[in-house]
Ligand binder design. Structure first.
Ligand SMILES: Nc1ncnc2c1ncn2[C@@H]1O[C@H](COP(=O)(O)OP(=O)(O)OP(=O)(O)O)[C@@H](O)[C@H]1O
Ligand SMILES: [Mg+2]
Length: 383
């Protein structure tokens, strides 16, 4: 039996227009599993967490936590938040400003009257886990953002709840601190697994932290799998777009050749499962490269003639934006150390070939029509 079981969960909001924030959602989470919910703004991530915590009243469905049913619409079971043994960590830390760090961390133990845990040094132990044992007598205003977030983590974990919910807890931290706290959280979970649902719209966070990740779309789960599975084999174009395959080429096969608009696809033939009609090809910027011309394509590579529109220096890589004759903009992340010398002199207006391995590309039906997906700003920057 899985640890958390969600079945047919639905939460509608009245309004103009009405919203189905969570739509018939099913989810099973194993004991000790770290599950990440990833999806764009408004897809229902926070509402799902709030339903689990008992802060929303869903219009349908069942939620089971361990052996107990905490919500069942049909039989009108709806345990209030304080009767569900759940820890929460929010984006905004939500520490009590008038309490010291020690009192903040103690709070869930006191609220649950866990006297034994209080007496046995559980607060100090948990503070030690997240490296804030030296901060216990300070107030939140005397802490940095990263320290406050670590205190919030300790408060979410201290009571060793059945389930810990995280709602974008790292998104208020600057990039360096975000990486640091993320690594600490990952290590902590590896050392002492706890069951968690972690919400984010940052794909690199999802890949790094999740035992499994669920890609959400319009209140339902579009794909659920290990980060590696989802990253390598996105089930739909929506998932591909949301996990960094930001280059989208619509190709059609006519008279024995593949074309994108009026541009002929050079080199190797594309390999969609159905080689008829239109195919949408998705390519990661770091799976593409720039070639000097059609002759420089490798046997498995296809290419499109392009003009360089912009070159950004990124330290060990270049982010190059190119444009086809038909106006399609594509991006390439080129590793400077492994790239051909000509990249060093690359500049706006240069004519090159956008090249990609036809096996590393992923193919989707043009009819799926998910190119309207708003792609996250960080698309293509998975390190
Ligand atoms: N109290 C509410 N009343 C009406 N609509 C709501 C309410 N709360 C959420 N919604 C709507 O439900 C949908 C899902 O919202 P939710 O906050 O769960 O999204 P999210 O995935 O957490 O987004 P974000 O990444 O921006 O935090 C949105 O369309 C939102 O406008
Ligand atoms: Mg949210």
């Amino acid at each position: 039996m899985s640890h958390v079981s969600v079945c047919g969960l639905t939460r509608r909001f009245d309004g103009n227009p009405p919203t189905v924030a969570v739509a018939d959602l099913d989810l099973e989470i194993e004991d000790g599993e770290f599950l990440v919910l990833l999806g764009p703004s408004g897809c229902g991530k926070t509402t799902t967490l709030r339903c689990l915590a008992g802060l929303e009243s869903p219009g349908a469905g069942t939620i089971r936590l361990g052996d107990s049913v905490v919500f069942d619409h049909a039989s009108k079971i709806d345990l209030p938040p304080n009767r569900r043994f759940i820890g929460m960590v929010f984006q905004s830390y939500a520490l009590w400003p008038h309490m010291t760090v020690r009192k903040n961390i103690c709070y869930p133990l006191k609220a649950r009257k866990m006297k034994e845990a209080l007496a046995s040094g559980q607060v100090e132990r948990t503070a030690g886990l997240v490296d804030c044992q030296d901060l216990l007598d300070r107030y939140p205003s005397q802490l940095s953002g990263g320290q406050q977030q670590r205190v919030a983590l300790a408060r979410g974990l201290v009571a060793q709840p059945d389930l810990v919910l995280f709602d974008e807890p790292l998104s208020n931290l600057d990039a360096r601190l975000r990486d640091q706290v993320r690594a600490e959280l990952h290590e902590l979970h590896q050392r002492k697994p706890f069951t968690a649902v972690f919400v984010t719209h940052d794909q690199s966070e999802a890949l790094a932290l999740g035992d499994r990740m669920a890609i959400m779309r319009s209140g339902a789960i579009e794909q659920l799998g290990s980060p590696r599975e989802v990253f390598e084999e996105p089930a739909t174009e929506y998932v591909a777009a949301f996990t960094g395959m930001s280059n989208r080429i619509v190709a059609h096969f006519t008279d024995g050749v593949w074309k994108s608009g009026t541009d002929e696809v050079l080199g190797a033939a594309l390999r969609p499962p159905h080689a008829a009609g239109d195919a949408v090809v998705r390519v990661r910027p770091d799976d593409a490269r720039l070639a000097t011309g059609p002759d420089a394509l490798a046997p498995h590579e296809a290419g499109l003639p392009v003009v360089v529109a912009d070159v950004e220096f990124g330290g060990r890589h270049l982010d190059v934006t190119v444009q086809t004759g038909g106006g399609l903009r594509l991006s390439v992340r080129a590793d400077i150390r492994r790239s051909d010398d000509f990249l060093g002199a690359l500049g706006r207006g240069d004519r090159v070939v956008f090249a990609f391995d036809t096996e590393a590309a992923r193919y989707f039906d043009a009819s799926e029509g998910s190119h309207h997906v708003a792609e996250p700003a960080s698309v293509g920057v998975i390190a």
